[in-house]
Ligand binder design. Structure first.
Ligand code: ADP
Ligand code: MG
Length: 597
């Protein structure tokens, strides 16, 4: 094809697709507009997962009658006027792309009245064409209705997931803004799924209660802004004590100058602050606000404005870490003690069982990696261990040792444990190092699958049902995948609102707090762990939740048992993700390495 300029109706749709990826992105852009207009109440109505209808009403300043048409033109904005303005953007919007993009791929009706005008405007655009513009009575503020989103983009329509999934993305978008703006009252009314409302009182903890449930909100620790000097970044918000850990990062939100941002580097800073307090592969909850001089952030780095760049990254990293650490050190032990003595909490038993392990009180309880290094050093292993990891001759990855088929795993004699993570064993042909977590995960995974396939989950009925509050995402998941979750051995009943009763749990989970286990498993399921089918996701979630962790001291008996169980597996040499459960150092290799041949 020769090069041609695209017709404007084609290019506008392509541009729209970049800004508006799915219904949730339209909701996000429209909420940002309402917030920029100074709204204190924002309500969102959704039908058909947003594809059918999205309606957002606000009580912001509204749009002057003579500017309404302009607002729908590409790059028309009231928020930025010069290149210099881009250096310190204070508003959530600044590109003037949302309204033109949304209206290019849907039918939009906007009713607005500017605060200083007595009459409002009703404006209508279909597929980018203005079809109505007339005066109308309206309260101050703006209501925008988007119907049939992507009606003229069948390719995009096909790419959308189920109504439930789209609603849950919208829910995430709305709840994020509610967390960032506690003084604004948000309401979300979807035709399917849960409603959401934030109180709008300015109290962040009250919003956390609305989003994550009361129990979680009560347990969170305050991070108060340090007022030492105005130059440093100000960090404030709420973070969880180490005992309220989660299986994934989805309970962590960062807001930079009240804009939700995604940034690996910030997550890392937060997780680092928990280093030594939290078990491996567990994550805290947190609503972390960072306030910076506007010139120090570049928000113009991503089409959806979700990624930002910092001028002084290290300073921010340090400030986040310090603020979180401070909160942990100041408050953490207190809620732990309260929970242990109050006795009313359903997580009583589990807290008692594990809190000691999260807090490094006894050196061998659950050593952090640095602690492990220290212990190894004392034992004089550090150099050997490092060499084993980095030295090319010690490259004994499973690639060099092909998969051992079922039952070909030789009978192993357990010798001991290294770094409270690996079991050392001897086989007929040399030495084996078994990763205890990976191995146990494999064992549990196959058991869960076998029981599910045979429809014979072993259920452990609870004498007293456990009460659990589930967030909207968990509720969706429970609704959509209830059958699978039930087939694993969970017996769950709704108990009104966001509260549920757990009457039975899979026996494989063993001891522990059932509410915590359920939430954990739902988190892991939502994450997927890389598995496509929900059955596999569910099996993996249980396996991952219940598998013994690295860092746990195992008795000789326990190690022998685990090794036997692994020998019985269909695929003993990989964990459910395909990572090795063991590495093998053959006798001939040992001989070669020691120059015996
Ligand atoms: P941007 O937000 O980047 O400026 P938009 O296309 O989202 O671009 O909006 C264009 C303009 O329309 C905004 O700059 C603002 O002046 C006006 N506008 C949009 N939505 C609202 C609203 N809810 N209340 C008041 N003004 C609005
Ligand atoms: Mg905007």
């Amino acid at each position: 094809m020769p090069i041609r300029l695209l017709r404007p109706d084609v290019s506008s749709k392509i541009a729209a697709g970049e800004v508006i990826e799915r219904p949730a992105s339209a909701v996000k852009e429209l909420i940002e507009n309402s917030l920029d207009a100074g709204a204190t109440r924002i309500s969102v109505e959704v039908r058909g997962g947003g594809s059918e209808l999205i309606r957002i009403s606000d009580n912001g300043v509204g749009i002057p009658a003579n500017e309404v048409e302009l607002a729908f033109q590409r790059f028309a904005t009231s928020k930025v006027s010069s290149v210099e303005d881009l250096d310190g953007i204070k508003t959530l919007g600044f590109r003037g792309e949302a309204l033109p993009s949304i209206s290019a791929v849907s039918r939009v009706t906007l009713v607005t009245r500017y605060e200083r005008e007595s009459e409002g405007t009703r404006f209508e655009v279909h597929d980018g064409e203005t079809v109505g513009n007339e005066p109308a009575g309206a309260p101050t503020g703006t209501t925008i209705t988007v119907r049939q989103l992507f009606r003229n983009l069948p390719a995009r329509q096909k790419f959308l997931k189920t109504v439930g999934t789209e609603i849950s993305r919208i829910q995430i978008a709305v709840t994020r803004y509610a967390l960032a703006y506690p003084e604004v009252r948000f309401e979300l009314n979807p035709d399917k799924g849960r409603k959401f409302a934030s109180p709008g009182t300015g109290d962040l903890r009250a919003v956390v209660a609305a989003v994550y449930g009361l129990q979680n909100a009560e347990g969170m620790l305050d991070m108060t802004p340090s007022d030492e000097d105005d130059l440093s970044p100000m960090v404030w918000g709420l973070v969880s004590p180490p005992s309220m850990d989660r299986a994934n990062r989805s309970y962590i939100c960062f807001f930079v100058n009240r804009r939700w941002v995604q940034n690996r580097f910030l997550s890392f800073a937060l997780e680092q602050a928990y280093h030594g307090f939290m078990a491996e592969r567990r994550f805290p909850m947190g609503v972390v606000n960072i306030n910076l001089p506007y010139e120090d952030v570049d928000v113009n780095a991503h089409p959806a404005k979700a990624e930002v760049r910092f001028r002084r990254e290290n300073q921010i990293f340090g400030a986040v870490q310090q603020a979180v650490r401070h909160a942990l050190v100041t408050y953490s032990p207190v809620p732990e003690v309260n929970r242990l003595t109050s006795g009313h909490s359903p997580s009583h038993a589990r807290t008692q069982a594990t809190s000691g392990a999260f807090w490094p009180t006894t050196p061998f309880a659950r050593p952090s990696p640095s602690e492990r290094d220290r212990l190894a050093e004392i034992a004089g292993w550090t150099s050997d261990h490092d060499a084993a990891q980095t030295h090319p001759i010690a490259d004994v990855t499973p690639e060099s040792e092909p998969m051992i088929p079922k039952n070909a795993l030789p009978v192993l004699r357990v010798l001991g444990q290294v770094q409270t993570t690996y079991i050392v064993a001897e086989g007929p042909d040399g030495m084996y190092l078994i990763d205890q977590h990976a191995a146990h995960e494999r064992v549990m995974f196959e058991r869960v699958q076998a029981q599910a396939v045979a429809s014979t989950p072993e259920i452990q009925s609870l004498l007293e049902p456990a009460v659990v509050q589930l967030n909207p995402e968990h509720q969706e998941l429970l609704e959509a995948q209830g059958e699978i979750i039930g087939s694993l051995g969970f017996a769950i009943e709704p108990f009104g609102g966001d509260t549920f009763l757990i009457r039975g749990v899979p026996a494989l989970l063993g001891e522990g707090d059932p509410a915590r286990a359920l939430m954990d498993i739902l988190d892991l399921m939502a994450d997927g762990g890389g598995f496509e089918s929900w059955e596999e996701r569910a099996a993996y979630s249980i396996a991952c939740h219940s598998a013994i962790r690295a860092g746990k001291v195992l008795s000789h008996q326990e190690m022998m048992e685990l090794t036997r169980q692994l020998e019985d597996c269909v695929q003993p040499n990989t964990c459910p993700h395909g990572r090795p459960t063991m590495i093998h150092l053959s006798s001939s290799r040992l001989e070669r390495e020691f120059g015996r041949t």
